[in-house]
Design a protein around this ligand. Structure first.
Ligand code: ADP
Length: 322
């Protein structure tokens, strides 16, 4: 048996742990693994080569992905997927492990439905926003990076009695923002799922904190918040209340770095499981974790509503910010 493995869409710490685990589990089952470079672009270009246990040495602790990743518009075209399915058959590749987010799983689902190519998905996205799983690879690492940065910002915010707006990643999801806010004791959080008119509520929260004697505040802003970017909210607060505030955009530092223990272990569990499933003839699902148990989720479920930040956290935040 020959299995191809690729990483697609946004890179996430822990992807390498999953690649290493898949290759070594395959070795234990006498299955050959082909690494496919730059996601679906590598499928289109037939840019694949065999991976051995030695090719995946020393990657467990590294962020990013050794297979590189890309966004591949061509793969959205049915004719291109037809050609890819033929090329895979001709090369004798019997199945694929696809590590990525919802876009990557949409593509894998189509390749499976249209051409019967066995595909197993591994959630790899720092956003933690895939239906059917409590966790995705990279979320824990991104969160810990954000927390470390906000703790540093807190020191200077306190010293200067200042308001800081800290923008974290999450164009469509408030998962990183809300978890960071709770873990850092932020005074407030703005995120996409909370809707349009949150500016007045933010002002009320900051004012209430001031009246309770708080002289500095940290507001976490998800990049996709409906009020605009952290800079837009900052400009509005400065205009309306003449605050001497500061804005920090954490940006891509949240994507990189050595994966946390949780992401290494999750990647290791999912990488091996994906190979075992393909070997057992399973196809057309992605892996997940629900209440600590491994689950298999049909690709079609990527179109379900994305999970919102847990209400127990969003409700807790204003209580803890008193
Ligand atoms: P992520 O997997 O992190 O959500 P993207 O949304 O960029 O990242 O998707 C990664 C890749 O998956 C795209 O570049 C494209 O090759 C493929 N893809 C995304 N959406 C589709 C689609 N609707 N049909 C086919 N392929 C898709």
């Amino acid at each position: 048996m020959k299995i191809g493995i690729l990483t697609s869409g946004g890179d996430a710490p822990g992807m390498n742990a999953a690649i290493r685990s898949a290759v070594r589990q395959a070795g234990a089952l006498d299955i050959e693994v082909y690494g496919i470079w730059r996601g679906y672009q590598g499928l289109v270009d037939q840019d694949w080569r065999p991976l051995t246990s030695r090719s995946v040495a020393n990657i467990l602790q590294r962020g990013g992905t050794m297979l590189n990743t890309a966004r591949c518009q061509a793969f959205r075209l049915p004719a291109v997927r037809t050609q890819v399915a033929k090329d895979l058959r001709d090369a004798g590749i019997d199945g694929l492990v696809v590590i990525g987010g919802d876009g990557s799983f949409t593509g894998a689902g189509l390749l499976f439905e249209e051409h019967g190519v066995p595909c197993i998905g591994i959630p790899g996205t720092i956003d933690n926003d895939l239906p059917g799983t409590d966790r995705t690879l990279g979320f824990d690492t991104a969160l810990n990076t954000a927390i470390d940065a906000v703790d540093r910002i807190r020191d200077t915010a306190i010293s200067h009695d200042r308001v800081f707006l800290v923008e974290v990643m999450g164009r469509r999801s408030g998962m990183i923002a809300v978890h960071t806010a709770v873990a850092c004791g932020a005074e407030a959080v703005l995120y996409p799922e909370s809707g349009e008119d949150t500016y007045e509520a933010l002002v009320a929260q900051l004012r209430a904190g001031w009246e309770r004697g708080k002289r500095s505040s940290i507001v976490i802003v998800a990049e996709g918040d409906k009020n605009g970017s952290a800079y837009a909210v900052g400009d509005r607060l400065t205009r309306d209340y003449h605050l001497d505030l500061r804005v920090v955009v954490l940006g891509h530092i949240q994507r990189g770095g050595s994966p946390t223990a949780n992401d290494r272990i999750l990647g290791s569990l999912w990488g091996a499981e994906a190979i075992k499933l393909l070997a057992a003839g399973e196809k057309g699902v992605y892996l997940g974790m629900k209440a600590g148990e491994m689950v298999h989720v049909p690709f079609a479920r990527v179109h379900d509503p994305r999970p919102a930040p847990p209400a127990e956290l969003t409700n807790l935040l204003p209580v803890l910010a008193r």
